[in-house]
Design a binder for this molecule. Structure first.
Ligand code: ADP
Ligand code: MG
Length: 260
């Protein structure tokens, strides 16, 4: 299969540590009576890049939203950075600051400038001095290659630029884990690459990443594991080469035949 990314990927830099970043054990979740996640087991090591694939409605968003507790699970265990997610509010704040999340629809504050979007949480949640927050924000805006947009408003930027701001904004909280939920699905094709390039750079720097995405070129280039979900279950899990070339389950084969 052809790789659509021009970026030269330096896999040697993408080391996976022995340390566990996220551990999910026999996790189940219901929305009312609807059993949305079934017996999820997943261990993510520090530095791992995991791509989560699967048909619409299979529970991908719900699963990653459980990891930063935007959703609550009802059974089993989720441990993030050594902290078990429970109804203990103090722990949840700590987890939220360790875990960054980027959504399909950017979710920037439209009435704040790009710079203000990036400094708001560091100043008000992390209580970082304004000057330092601005310095950090400019550092990450440079990293995603749009420092010149700092004083504009989100509506003045392209979709690809807004998504790069959303990534920079997350990074300003200095997370140790980044969750991406279809970050390129709302973008025009010509903007997808600029966002994927930013994600690749993060991967090369050793960020632990869980990415729900249909960008299979990205999965092949960057992921060390691909997880396939269907009907609330992890159906298959493999390295990208075997996942694409030798899928084990019929459901995975069917899914791949539809998207590739
Ligand atoms: P995916 O991200 O794989 O498309 P989701 O996690 O968004 O799947 O949704 C999984 C299932 O749960 C779908 O059937 C969806 O309709 C349902 N669902 C999602 N969010 C809610 C909610 N807040 N309340 C009830 N059902 C929901
Ligand atoms: Mg989803």
């Amino acid at each position: 299969m052809e790789l659509n990314l021009e970026t030269e990927i330096d896999r040697s830099r993408m080391r996976v540590s022995e340390q566990v970043a996220i551990r999910i054990e026999d996790m189940n979740k219901w929305y009312g009576t609807f059993h949305v996640l079934r017996d999820i087991n997943l261990t993510v090591r520090r530095g791992e890049r995991i791509v989560i694939a699967g048909p619409s409605g299979s529970g991908k968003s719900t699963m990653i939203r459980c990891i930063n507790r935007l959703e609550e699970h009802q059974a089993g265990k989720i441990v993030v950075d050594g902290i078990e997610l429970s109804s203990d509010l103090k722990n949840i704040d700590k987890v939220r600051s360790e875990v960054g999340m980027v959504f399909q629809h950017f979710n920037l504050f439209p009435h704040l400038t790009i710079l203000e979007n990036c400094t708001l949480a560091p100043i008000w949640v992390r209580e970082i001095p304004r000057r330092e927050a601005i310095e950090t924000a400019m550092h990450f805006l440079e990293k995603v290659k749009i420092p010149e947009q700092a004083n504009k408003y989100p509506g003045q930027l392209s979709g690809g630029q807004q998504q790069r701001v959303a990534i920079a904004r997350s990074l300003c909280m200095k997370p140790r884990i980044m969750l991406f939920d279809e970050p390129t699905s709302a973008l025009d094709p010509e903007m997808i690459k600029e966002v994927l390039d930013t994600m690749i750079e993060l991967a090369e720097e050793g960020m632990t990443m869980l990415c729900v995405t249909h960008e299979m070129g990205f999965a092949q280039a960057v992921a060390n594991r691909v997880i396939f979900m269907d009907q609330g279950q992890i159906v298959e899990e493999n390295n990208p080469h075997d996942f694409f070339n030798n899928p084990q389950s019929e459901r995975t084969r069917l899914f791949l035949s539809q998207i590739l």
